[in-house]
Design a protein around this ligand. Structure first.
Ligand SMILES: [Ca+2]
Length: 149
């Protein structure tokens, strides 16, 4: 195989890799975000975004920059005590999503919300995403972890 032929394959490969990224960026702002229950067994221990506490009526805010071309984001809000009710809002570049409750992930009484978000166009809208944890119905103080990965 000649050097030129190898170079051609590399060029074609690079074009194929770049094309979906560019088109995804153009379509980002108009697309719908698909939200389904996430896989809670996969939560990585190394990327804890937040450990915090919340009381009745309080809202905690977290942000994360979502890189262009990100296909899926898993959100994992875990407070573990189903007697208290926390809810989750997600303010994306494509609009505000929520509220999500304990039951939103298909497991209604485990004190945890695990969701997988993906873009209808193949990738999520890039930019700064804001996550709002709200103390819906909380007696005393509830502690929790929140991860987005
Ligand atoms: Ca749940």
């Amino acid at each position: 195989m000649s050097v030129y032929r190898n170079a051609l394959f590399i060029l074609i490969g690079a074009a194929l890799l770049l094309a979906p990224v560019v088109s995804a960026q153009q379509a980002d702002q108009n697309q719908t975000i698909i939200v389904v229950p996430g896989d809670g067994s996969k939560s990585p221990v190394y990327s804890i975004l937040a450990y915090d506490t919340i009381v009745q009526g309080e809202t905690d805010y977290f942000t994360k920059y979502v890189q262009p071309g990100t296909s899926q984001l898993t959100l994992d809000l875990n407070w573990g005590n189903a007697a208290n009710s926390l809810s989750l809002w997600v303010n994306t570049p494509a609009g505000l999503y929520g509220p999500y409750y304990d039951s939103s992930d298909g497991i209604p009484t485990n004190g945890r919300i695990v969701l997988a978000m993906s873009g209808s166009g193949g990738s999520l809208p890039a930019g700064t995403w804001e996550f709002r944890v709200y103390g819906d119905s909380v007696s005393n103080v509830e502690d929790y972890t929140f991860v987005a990965y």
